[in-house]
Structure formats: structure tokens, C-alpha cells
Design a protein around this ligand. Sequence first.
Ligand SMILES: Cc1ncc(C[n+]2csc(CCOP(=O)(O)OP(=O)(O)O)c2C)c(N)n1
Length: 287
Amino acid sequence: MAELKDYNSPILPTWCPGCGDFAIWSALKQALVAEGFGPKDICLCFDIGCNGNMADKINAYAFKGLHGRVIPTASGIHLANKGLPVIAIAGDGGTFDEGMQHFVHAIRSNYNVTFIVHNNCDFGLTTGQATPTTWEGQKMNSAPHGVVEKRLNPIKLALSLGADFVARGFTGNLQQLVKLLQAGIRHNGFSYVDILQHCPTYNHFQDHIWLSERVYDIETKPDYKNDRDYAYSISEISEDGVATGILFQNEASTSYLDKLSYRSAYQTSLKDEVKNYEINESLKMFR
Ligand SMILES: Cc1ncc(C[n+]2csc(CCOP(=O)(O)OP(=O)(O)O)c2C)c(N)n1
């Protein structure tokens, strides 16, 4: 039986005091333990950034790759190891700037990967530049006169691409966050968990207090229904409220590997089918 202390690392966090990354770090460990996974039962894939600095603060099988490329890394690991739960973790900058195309295709493909976005509305590690989720007009280190680009709504994007699991959490609600991560891990297909988080150093517009005063659990709405169009309609982050919870889930979701019907009779994973080829003879023609 896995315990929280199994995930302890001797390396202590270097995040700013009050950073939402602490809550996500804690929620992730709690969710994994609640699902009965020990550190060697899963693979955590980390992107670059303050979020990715979690990689050595948690003792588990893990892979840290290039900025914006965590989805292809995680997808590859998943495709080769069908039975291995894979969790990919990234920032909003890495996801919606550098790596946007991967987000689009992972949703289309429906790889069975849990994808967690630390959405602090800025490039944190490189000191507060604007990302696509920064508010339009907001002054940032990369936009001293204010951001001129329109703000991206990642929830709408995911829903319109056909995502079968879209959730939004908040680092001020740890209990809910643990539940969302558990549900995402259990979902059969690509599960997107967008986490609105406090960045005490660079995000002074959508901070902990601003969010605390506006977040509500979607299921408490009288007209709530688990429906893609409904989720779309309540997905804006606005002065009037910020919906959190599982915004939409298709419980009948079929993941990429499960759709490969020709593989259904195979007992093996792709990693078992890798063959070694002798290529020295062929290479001779290039000498
Ligand atoms: C391809 C590439 N582009 C840019 C960088 C520089 N870089 C390193 S961390 C970082 C900011 C990360 O921001 P985000 O992904 O939002 O994560 P956060 O630090 O906010 O958690 C950038 C731009 C990089 N390492 N690689």
C-alpha cells in the first residue's frame, strides 16, 4: 500500500513563498496515493518552467524534457507501455505557446494520458512574460504597455477539439484538486486538468484572492448538466464567477490504443515488440 512518504524527495522546493505549485505538488501526491499507485507504478512527465522544477521534488519514475514538448514525450511513453499510467505536467506558456500543436493532436488522438496545466497566466521561470492566458491589456515584463493579443480560453479550445475530459481546479481548493486529478487519472483517454494557480511574483491580476472570491463548483449550479455545450457556455473566467470541477466528461470515451482494433488480440505492449536490426551491412554503402 503506497503512502505519501514514499514520494518524499530529499530535494526541497525552490518556488516563491505562496506559489500555487506547492498545492499542485501536494494534490498530485495525494491523488496518486488515493489511487493506490506507488512511485514505481506510474510515470510522471515534466515540462520546463517553475512547474517542471517539481521533477526532482517528488520521488517517482519521471522524465523531464524540452519546453513545450511534454505531451509528445508522455504520449510516446504511454503508447509503448499500455498498462502504465502516464501523467504529463506543464505550464500555460509551454502548453499554449511553444507546444500548442501537441495539445491539439493529443486531444484528437485521445491518448490515455492525464495532462495537468499549471495555469498561472505567465511565463514564470523566465520572470513574468505574457502567455496566451494572460489578460488582454495586462502589463507584463514582455509587454510594458499592455498585452495586445486576445486572451485564449483553453477550456473552450479543448471542448471544441472534442476533448472527452475537461476539468478546472484552483490551487486554493486542495480537496477538490485531489478529486479532479483522481478522476483524470481514471478516465480512459486524454484528460485535461487546467489548474488556476497563484503566481505571487508576476501575476497580480488573477491572484489567489481574486480567484478565491469568484470560484464556484460547477455542480452547485441549479442548471448544471454534464454536457459539452453547457461546459462551453460557463467556461469564461470573468468577474461574475469562475466554474471549477469536472466541466465535461464523456464516460464512454475510447482511447487511442483501444481504438486500434487490430491490436485487440495482442498480449504485448509496443515496447515488447521492438526488434534489434543489424544495420552495419547497410551502413557500409555510406562509407
Ligand atoms: C523551446 C524553449 N523556449 C523557451 C525556453 C525558455 N524558458 C524556460 S522556462 C520558460 C518559462 C516557462 O513558462 P511556463 O511554461 O508558463 O511555466 P512556468 O514557469 O510558469 O511554470 C521559458 C520561456 C526554453 N527553455 N525552451
